[in-house]
Ligand binder design. Structure first.
Ligand code: GLN
Length: 507
């Protein structure tokens, strides 16, 4: 069943809403129905029609009074790591199975203030740790293009819900690739902004020096609508930026950069991207890249050349080191962040125990899933006295070198960097079950960007796998604070191609 009210873009939706062709309540109802009809995708963890419809009615009242904001009446949904006052927030963990937050995450409240109507909370990997959404305590989410395949992780529900046409846009989080990777594997678009652009307040912490929220949608322009609204300084997040390159980090900044880039492209006539230098890292086309993904990415680069851009070969020599560096730093931060789940204050508590220490240790052993426990073990180990210098400090040094490599490329060689998002198309659910670290290798093209704190998007650029039935994503990486430019570059590709418009046939 397809959603009866699927509009092509948020702009089209806004138009239909403000001209009263459709009401926010109708849109919310059809999204709720679509979520129900596609329940087998396991994209949603918590739905509460009453909460959704109350937001929709409020949106309709604003629309009726002519006071609509940017997103008034637009249905969205949130990854279940953003805390919400209404809906439960579990981070897809048994640890938080019955948790409801007393407040909303900044991302949630900013989108709500702009009038967006939330359809519910989306499935993901437990505490956002994973690359396939298979680590959810509530079962894997499924890829709408083939339900036997993963949607990618950790924001699998966020990408699946957009690909299935349930909602036009969702929120996700990206610590090492979790917005870009599921977007790529589900044939939709997603962007992770520069670290510090979007507030982490109310986003359940995984790796605090890496975590950034980002939107998922079909169109780059729709990503802009959400990202511009979500972003901005927040005094409740100590790493939130007040300024981005001298410009206040506030809604409007990314939009105006996008508009400037679009104006420049428009002025170039039939070769809109003339002058744009695309850096293509040789290390992203290594032996691990599957032929089908490589071919789709190559075709996309040729499309960019046809639009006037020039391609320059660059080197990001420490690409391979991003995996060991990330898988030391992220678990180190995770082990510290997750120490708060002790069975005392909130979250799961074991039913039977002997004393306090036994209660904490049993609660954690029973409440956390295997991958989360693995990360806590690794993280605790690398932070131990004696190993700290050998592992954690060393990883931090490598992190700095990786960031410098990107800066060197941006300094003289290129304006944006492009390459694959993932080495292969979506794997089958269960494929890497016996080898948990196999999933870690699939992050090779996304981790460097996260370690460096750079903005990067993924947009659909073709298909691969058996019968060319599974989507491939193109990664577009920008320099710090250039998310508006990244989105404008993505938008130009989407004006010339229709990969982002392709939809899976759903039963
Ligand atoms: N796959 C990576 C990990 O498991 C990234 C996850 C993320 O970005 N949240 O850590």
């Amino acid at each position: 069943m397809s959603m009866s009210h699927e509009y092509d873009s948020i702009a089209a939706l806004r138009d239909a809403l403000t001209t009263r062709k459709v009401s926010a309540t109708e849109l919310a109802n059809s999204a709720l129905q679509a979520a129900q009809a596609h329940a087998s995708l396991n994209a949603f963890l918590h739905i509460d029609p009453e909460l959704t419809l109350a937001q929709a009615r409020a949106a309709d009242a604003r629309l009726a009074s002519g006071q609509a904001d940017a997103l008034t009446g637009v249905p969205i949904a949130h990854k279940d790591v953003f805390v919400t006052q209404g809906w439960r927030t579990t981070a897809a963990s048994k640890m938080l199975e019955h948790y409801t937050s007393p407040f909303d995450a900044t991302v949630v409240s900013r989108l709500a203030q702009a009038g967006a109507v939330s359809i519910g909370k989306l499935n993901c990997d437990e505490f956002a740790m994973g690359s396939g959404n298979e680590n959810s305590a509530f079962g894997p989410a499924r890829n709408p293009w083939n339900v036997n395949h993963v949607p990618g992780g950790s924001s699998g529900g966020s990408a699946a819900a957009v690909a299935a046409g349930i909602v036009p846009a969702t929120t996700g989080t990206d610590t090492g690739g979790s917005v870009r990777q599921p977007a790529a594997l589900c044939g939709v678009s997603g962007i992770k902004p520069t670290y510090g652009t979007v507030s982490r307040f109310g986003m359940i912490a995984f790796g605090s020096s890496l975590d950034q929220a980002g939107p998922v949608a079909r169109h780059a322009k729709d990503l802009l609508e959400l990202l511009d609204t979500m972003s901005g300084f927040d005094e409740r997040d100590s790493t939130s930026l007040e300024f981005c390159d001298g410009v206040a980090n506030a809604p409007g900044r990314i939009r105006s950069e996008f508009n400037d880039a679009v104006a420049r492209f428009d002025a170039n006539g039939s070769k809109p991207l003339q002058g744009l230098r695309i850096g293509v890292p040789t290390e992203f086309f290594n032996e691990g890249l599957s032929a089908d993904v490589g071919a789709a990415v190559e075709a996309a680069l040729q499309q960019y050349e046809a639009l006037g851009a020039t391609r320059v070969s660059i080197s990001l020599p420490r690409t391979k080191l991003s995996i060991p560096a990330y898988y030391v730093i992220a678990p180190a931060e995770a082990s510290s962040n997750l120490s708060r789940y002790d069975g005392v204050r909130y979250g799961y508590r074991t039913p039977s125990y002997t004393d306090l220490a036994d209660m904490t240790s049993r609660s954690r052993a029973e409440g956390f899933g295997q991958e989360v426990i693995r990360r806590i073990m690794v993280g605790t180990y690398v932070l131990c006295h004696g190993y700290y210098d050998a592992y954690y400090l060393q990883a931090q040094r490598v992190r700095r070198m990786i960031a410098n490599d990107f800066q060197q490329a941006f300094a003289g060689q290129c304006d944006v960097i492009m390459g694959p998002v993932t080495p292969t198309v979506a794997k089958r659910i269960g494929d890497n079950r016996d080898d948990p670290t196999a999933d870690w290798l699939a992050d090779i093209y996304t981790l460097g960007v996260s370690l460096a704190g750079l903005p990067a998007a993924s947009i659909p650029c073709g298909f691969g796998g058996a019968d060319s039935s599974l989507p491939v994503g193109l990664q577009i990486i920008g320099n710090y604070f250039r998310e508006g430019q990244v989105l404008a570059v993505a938008d130009r590709f989407q004006q010339a191609t229709d990969w982002h418009q392709r939809k899976p046939e759903l039963k």
